[in-house]
Design a protein. Structure first.
Length: 273
């Protein structure tokens, strides 16, 4: 992971994001408030021509459905594992697929166990929100898939983006990557993370975090405060950003309602992978 943030990169990022402390430029422009129509593509689960439906197997024997999209660089470049919101599926990222590809990043979006086209877990779906021995296997399987894409993904340039519970387990993966050498996670982006749930999924309140962006609506609690707390405990580069004019938008709603969130989160990976 990078040791020092580039001042120019953070300066550019702050044109998009408002710091959690409330200083700086307004996060959304007047014409980019909640409910805007400035979207990328339609909500269509049909893969783009460059995308491929894949199946991956977890270490505990479940088969997960996924959507793989190569950046088509012709050499090994960055790759991002995309983790969806609870009760939804991999198509949460329908507005970002084209942006990632345009920016030269390959992506794997998976369906968590008991979601979408994936196998069911051995526990109730709601237990996935707190059981430390469930979703982490799905994340590990996704990372293994990316690391195995020789000629397409560099195994030292892999990141994770998550929404809601996906955000929480992304933080856990960041923590594990700083304690276990085989967890190849260079940076993470979390939308609407919750510390209490992160502690439960990690099985610990002692987190070792480096290189992460945390985003939440400025009027959603405790997520807004938790973003600031996570920034404080994360090594550089790190930033926490609060989004205005969204009426408590959560997870995917932040992506759907803000062009700046869509472009800014992808830009984080461009800058730090």
């Amino acid at each position: 992971m990078p040791d020092q943030p580039c001042p120019l990169v953070l300066a550019l990022l702050l044109l998009v994001f408002v710091p959690a402390c409330g200083e700086g430029k307004a996060y959304l422009d007047d014409d980019d408030a909640a409910g805007d129509d400035d979207t990328v593509g339609d909500d269509d689960s049909t893969p783009a021509p460059s995308a491929e439906e894949v199946s991956i197997t977890t270490s505990d024997g479940l088969t997960l459905a996924g959507r793989w999209q190569s950046a088509g660089l012709g050499f090994e470049g960055p790759g991002v594992l995309l983790l969806h919101q609870y009760g939804r599926d991999r198509n949460d990222y329908y507005q970002l697929f084209e942006i990632f590809q345009r920016q030269g990043l390959s992506t794997l979006a998976i369906d968590f166990r008991s979601h979408g086209g994936s196998d069911s877990a051995s526990v109730a779906q709601e237990d996935l929100l707190s059981d430390p021995d469930q979703l982490i296997h799905d994340v590990r399987a996704g990372l293994d898939f990316l690391e195995a894409r020789e000629g397409e993904v560099a195994d030292n340039r892999i990141g994770i983006m998550g929404l809601s519970v996906g955000a929480n387990i992304a933080v856990v993966a960041n923590h594990l990557a700083n304690g276990e050498a085989d967890w190849a996670v260079r940076t993470t982006v979390s939308l609407s993370p919750r510390l209490e749930a992160i502690y439960a999924l990690a099985g610990s309140s002692e987190l070792d975090l480096v290189s992460a962006l945390y985003v939440a609506a400025d009027d959603e609690q405790p997520q807004a405060d938790d973003c600031a707390a996570l920034e404080e405990m994360t090594g550089m580069p790190t930033n926490s950003q609060l989004v205005g004019q969204t009426t408590g938008a959560h997870g995917i709603e932040l992506l759907e309602q803000s062009f700046d969130v869509r472009e800014g989160t992808v830009q984080w990976f461009v800058d730090w992978l």
